[in-house]
Design a protein around this ligand. Structure first.
Ligand code: GRF
Length: 187
């Protein structure tokens, strides 16, 4: 399976995928990192792992359709068959969705359908709930709305801080994403 990872930021999930492939826990090859931020640490991780990158600046294009068309062409050239969004902070539009229907997955730091969208961790903390979680789902045209593939709950304990909760969420994410991606790969 030829995997492309899309990331905008730090890329700890991207790193977890790289590590799982190196450890033979995930039978895939990452053929491309797609990144929309020139200074993202994800790009450094790709370099260190020898993974080619496509870095773009959205505002240099006329439209979402224009940059997505360029991405689609590159993905097709690389024979990508699965796309994993890992902290990619842009809504996927019809151009990419139609070209890779049912082949785009995302990881989101809440127990969806609760707390979709930006800052799901902050949303959960402010809502004073006892549990949040992590969800892996197929991507559709909505914001964190596609069919759920896997989920794991996480307790919010007394005195939980944003920092401590983010750490718990990331630890769960790294394991759940790798497991879920492997479950989608049939060799
Ligand atoms: C993760 O919490 C993921 O669920 C969300 O964005 C964050 C990315 O973190 N979509 P990282 O860049 O993988 O460290």
């Amino acid at each position: 399976t030829n995997l492309a990872v899309f990331a905008s930021g730090n890329g700890s999930n991207f790193q977890a995928i790289i590590n799982a492939i190196n450890a033979n826990e995930l039978r895939a090859k990452i053929c491309l990192l797609v990144c929309d931020k020139r200074d993202a640490y994800s790009i450094e991780r790709a370099k260190q792992a020898g993974i080619p990158t496509f870095v773009f600046t959205a505002k240099e294009y006329e439209s979402k359709a224009a940059y997505e068309q360029e991405i689609v062409t590159i993905l097709q050239e690389n024979k990508v068959d699965l796309i994993a969004l890992a902290g990619f902070m842009r809504l996927i539009g019809p151009t990419l969705l139609e070209a890779f229907r049912g082949k785009i997955v995302n990881i989101h730091p809440s127990f969806l359908p609760l707390f979709p969208g930006k800052d799901a961790v902050g949303q959960a903390l402010h809502a004073n709930v006892e549990k949040t979680g992590v969800t892996v789902h197929f991507v559709d045209e909505g914001m964190d709305t596609g069919p759920i593939i896997s989920q794991q709950e996480i307790d919010i304990t007394l005195g939980e801080t944003r920092e401590s909760l983010e750490k718990k969420i990331h630890d769960v994410e790294h394991e759940l994403y790798v497991k879920t991606l492997q479950s989608l790969i049939h060799i």
